[in-house]
Design a protein around this ligand. Sequence first.
Ligand code: AMP
Length: 401
Amino acid sequence: MAMYNKKSIEDVEVAGKKVLVRCDFNVPMKDGVITSDKRIVEALPTIKYLLSKGAKVILCSHMGKPKGQVVEKYSLAPVAARLSELLGINVALAADTTGEDAKAKAAALKEGEAMLLENVRFDIREEKNDPTMAKELADLAELYVNDAFGTAHRAHASTAGVADYLPAVCGYLIGKEIGIMGKALSNPERPFVAILGGAKVKDKLSVINNLLTKVDTLIIGGGMAYTFLAAQGKGTGTSLLDESKIDYCREMLEKAEAQGVKILLPVDTVVAKEFPDPIDAEIETTTVCSCCIPEDMMGLDIGEKTAALYAEAAKNAKTVVWNGPMGVFENPTLAKGTIAVAQALADSEATTIVGGGDSAAACEQLGFASEITHISTGGGASLEFLEGLELPGIACLNDKE
Ligand code: AMP
């Protein structure tokens, strides 16, 4: 497990300095309007700290996937406007990322002022981690702060490359992620239970190998459970299945047994004839034993017995990490398993960590967020953290002495 001991904004002198801060302002938008400003709000503590210390703050972020083109709908203009409201100061948006306007605006910044660069992914060099772009970003400032955990698993010019040219530290968001997740995973209070779900079977199967060396119990739900059931020789009907990974799942089951790690798989499954279309459409379901999913049916949620079993394991744990919904939770009929797990985490006395994406959204929508110890701001990044992979956006930061 990567254990990070990185310098933070509080460990360096920032007064009077131009500070480039990589944020995750990739907020959801509809028709040019921000539908949730959560990511902007979460970035405020770092920004406010820097402003209060008299730094000249140059913010940057990506939004969407413009693939190196200037795409109007991915402009950060709405973010600049929202930031201005939230901070109560004008946050000017540069017309470019590292061009003439960015340079001029950065050079004119005064202490306690902030500006925002235009979308870093408007520049084709960003995702290639092109050193010329990293250098141009670095030339705007005297210190680099990374506070974008959501992109910390990517080595891009603004998330990692820039640290080759500037002193580099973490902001409060990344500091909290590595503090809580790092501690929970390197020296967990036991029993340590991991709950994995969701649909991206391939992505998540690789996490399992690493988790098996750490956890006492591994709980599998969601679309990835069926590849495990298939590995046990069970029929899975028309459920989501990754045939190329059946052998791998069998190996994991054997490894778990050899290491004395319990793997819990669904004992009952909510099935339907078809995937709901649209996803929240009314749907007729029945619950069957997981050993006999009918050939023409697909599993879309864990059943009640399974939910109770999983909830019990979570309640008795001292550390729980959860990533991925237990079923097609976008549909109210198929959300019960996910709700039960979210409720169990909320009720548990354990240190509870929810890794980004859908499981985080589920906890928030259900109003359980305040009962969870830590909800990670990064889906993919938190998975890679769990996997024990080094995150380039964190590894690049300066170590504490
Ligand atoms: P992921 O992005 O891998 O976390 O997967 C999240 C998605 O998995 C959600 O959109 C769920 O609807 C979907 N999902 C969960 N369980 C199932 C299932 N049994 N079959 C198909 N999709 C599922």
